[in-house]
Ligand binder design. Structure first.
Ligand SMILES: Nc1ncnc2c1ncn2[C@@H]1O[C@H](COP(=O)(O)OP(=O)(O)OP(=O)(O)O)[C@@H](O)[C@H]1O
Ligand SMILES: [Mg+2]
Length: 220
């Protein structure tokens, strides 16, 4: 359902050439939880960013629903990012001056116009789903790290995404808080969401259906 074929990506920066991805293939089946592990610099984040369409590869195909998204127009890419694909980063990137509820609704907000009552109810249902019932009006600075990460995941739920891409979602959290985020991911997988997670943690990685190991820009 999501398939990467022979992905190449080279960075040129200040005279340094880095072959970050040297021909990576991956298939993610519907509802599958795949984790990606590997040493620092092996290309994990670059690959996740290419898969989630945040970064264009130099060559190769990313097939989603049978179509190559690398050839999508900007408008179609936006559609894909606003609906089907959701991304959670190591640092959650919530907007600090918006409430948890507004952060969840960010994909739907047009400027800072007030959101509809219906949208608010949907956001609150998603916050409840990630264990944050009653915390919708708090700003991120008044939530713990794990709670902030769960707000970022709730954003994927409100969009009813089909694939969640997570780059070290527990990287910044203590063991207990990381555990709560991992349990949430497992629940969402059981509900049918496909998940691609990059992690340094072998124990967390092993909870996925499949572990992909990367080294020097390739799957090994
Ligand atoms: N925008 C960029 N410009 C130049 N080089 C880059 C850029 N992004 C990544 N690289 C290089 O590409 C290689 C792969 O980087 P990437 O961030 O994908 O590694 P990673 O496996 O995610 O590492 P980590 O575990 O430390 O997060 C590294 O050598 C990195 O320095
Ligand atoms: Mg990385």
């Amino acid at each position: 359902m999501l398939e990467a074929k022979n992905i190449l990506k080279t960075f040129h920066s200040e005279g340094v050439v880095t072959h970050a991805l040297t021909g990576v293939d991956l298939t993610v089946n519907p509802g599958e939880f795949v984790s990606i592990v590997g040493r620092s610099g092996s290309g994990k984040t670059t690959f996740l960013n290419v898969l989630s369409t945040l970064l264009a590869p130099d060559s190769g195909e990313i097939l989603y629903g049978g179509e190559d998204v690398t050839s999508f127009s900007a408008a179609r890419l936006n559609q894909l990012r606003q609906k089907d694909f959701s991304v959670v980063f190591q640092f959650h990137y919530l907007l600090p001056y918006l409430s948890a509820r507004e952060n969840v609704l960010l994909p739907y907000m047009r400027g800072l116009a007030p959101v509809s009552k219906d949208a608010k109810l949907r956001a609150d249902a998603c916050l409840e789903r990630v264990g944050l019932a009653g915390k919708g009006s708090k700003i991120p600075g008044h939530l713990s790290g794990g709670e902030q990460q769960r707000v970022a995941i709730a954003r994927a739920l409100v969009k009813e995404s089909t694939v969640l891409f997570a780059d070290e979602p527990t990287g910044n959290l203590d063991r207990e808080t990381g555990e709560s985020v991992m349990e949430l991911l497992a629940d969402l997988k059981n509900d049918g969401l496909s998940i691609v997670m990059v992690t340094h943690d072998d124990e967390y990685a092993a909870r996925a259906d499949r572990v992909i190991r990367m080294a020097d820009g390739a799957v090994v």
